[in-house]
Design a protein around this ligand. Sequence first.
Ligand code: PFF
Length: 447
Amino acid sequence: MSKKESFGSKFGIIAAAAGSAIGLGNIYRFPCEAGANGGGAFFIVYLGIVLLMGLPLMVSEFVIGRRSGKNPVGAFHALVPGSKSWGIIGYMGVLCAFLILAFYCTVAGWTIDAVGKSIINYYHGLDKDTILTDFNNLMNESWQPILSEGIFVFITAFVIVKGVTKGIEKYSKILMPVLLGILIVLCVKSLTLPAAGKGIAFFLKPDFSKITGEVLISALGQAFFSLSLGMGALITYGSYISKKDNLTSTAFAVCISDTLIAVLAGIVIFPAAFTFGIKPEAGNELAFVTLPMLFNQMAGGYFFCLFFFLLLTIAALTSSISLLEVPVLYLTEQLNISRKKATVYSAIAVFILCVISSESLHDNTPLKLFGLNVFNALDAFTSKFLMTIGGLLTVVFIGWKMKKAHFMDEYTNGGKVNMGIRNIMYIIIKFLAPVAILIILITQFIK
Ligand code: PFF
C-alpha cells in the first residue's frame, strides 16, 4: 500500500486493524495469562482496562497516525517539529515490535508444527500425556522449531516485500469470520464436557480477593498486546485511515472483535483443560495440548483441527505483518533504505533473536535474562514495560503536548462526527487513562 493511499472502505480499515489485533495473543496468550492470574479476577480487570485504557489509547494512536500521515518515529517529529524527545516513543515502538516478533515467531512456529501434525492426523487417538510429552520434546528440540520459525519469518517478510499485504487482508476478511465460526463450534463442544461448569466458573466468576498488583499489570500488558497498542503499530494504520472515517467507531469495532475472540478462546479452553486435567496455570501447553485433545473428542475432529491451526497461523501472520511493518517503515522512511533491503535486514535480525528465544526454552538452558529464559524475558519486558510505558507516553502526548484544537479537529473529522463525546474522550485521554496506567505501573515497581 503506498503511503498516500488510504483504506478503500470502512470495513477495510477495521479488518486490517483487527487483523493486527487478532492473533496468537487472543487464542494462546490470553488463556495463559487468565489461567496464571486467577481466571475471573483477571477477566473482569481485563475488560475494564480494554474499555478505559485500550479504547482511548487506540483512538489516540489513530489520531496521531492520521494527523501526521507517518510512521511512529516520523509522526511525533511531524506533530512536534523540532522536538527530539517525543520521537523516543516511536523508537521505543520500533524496538518493541522487533522484540515481540522474536518470541511471537517462536509461538507461530509451534502453530505451524501443529498444522503439519494435523495434516498427517498425528494427534488422532493420542492421550493427554503423549501430546504433552510431544509438546515438551518440541521445546527441547533444536532444528524442528528453527525450521518452522524460519518458514513463518520468511512468509511474513515475503508478504511485505511483495506488497501483497492487501491481498492477505482481502482473504482474511473471509477467513477470520471462518475462524470465529470454528471457535463458536468449539465453544459448544467444550460446554458439553464433564468439567465445563468448573472451567467456566474459573474463567468468568471473579474472586475479587485475587486482584493483586501482578494481576493488574498482567491484564494491562495483555490488553495492550492483544489490541496491538503502545508501540506504534496502530499509528502506522492510522496514517492510512481516510479523513472521512469515524475514529471512535472504528476503534470500538476493533476492541469488540478482539475481545470477543479472546473470550471465546477462554470459553473453549478452560472447560476442556479442567476436563482433561490440565492446570489453568500450565502456560504454553494450555492451548497446544488442550486443543488437540478437544479435537480428538469431536466428530470431524480431523478437519476442525486442521482448519483451526491453519486459520490460527493466518491470524498470526496478519499480526506479524503489522509488527514487521513497524521497523520496515522506519528504515525506509527515516533512513531511506529500500523497502526490500529494510525487510530483509529486519527479518534476518528477527530470525536470529527468535532462534535464541526458542532455544532458551530447553530444559536447563543457560540462555537467561533477569532470571527468566529469553522467551519469557522478551514477553515480560515488552508487555509489562515497553508497551505500557509507550501507551502512557502516547496518551500524555495527546493530553498534554498536542494542541487541544488539533486533537479535536482530527478526532471529529473537522467537526463532523463524535461531537457529543469529544470532551469525555479528551478527559479520559488526558486524565483518567494516564493516571490509571501510572498507578498500575507504580504498584508493580513497588512490588
Ligand atoms: N495483537 C497481536 C495478537 O494479539 O496476537 C500481537 C501484536 C501485533 C502485538 C501487533 C503488537 C502489535 F503491534
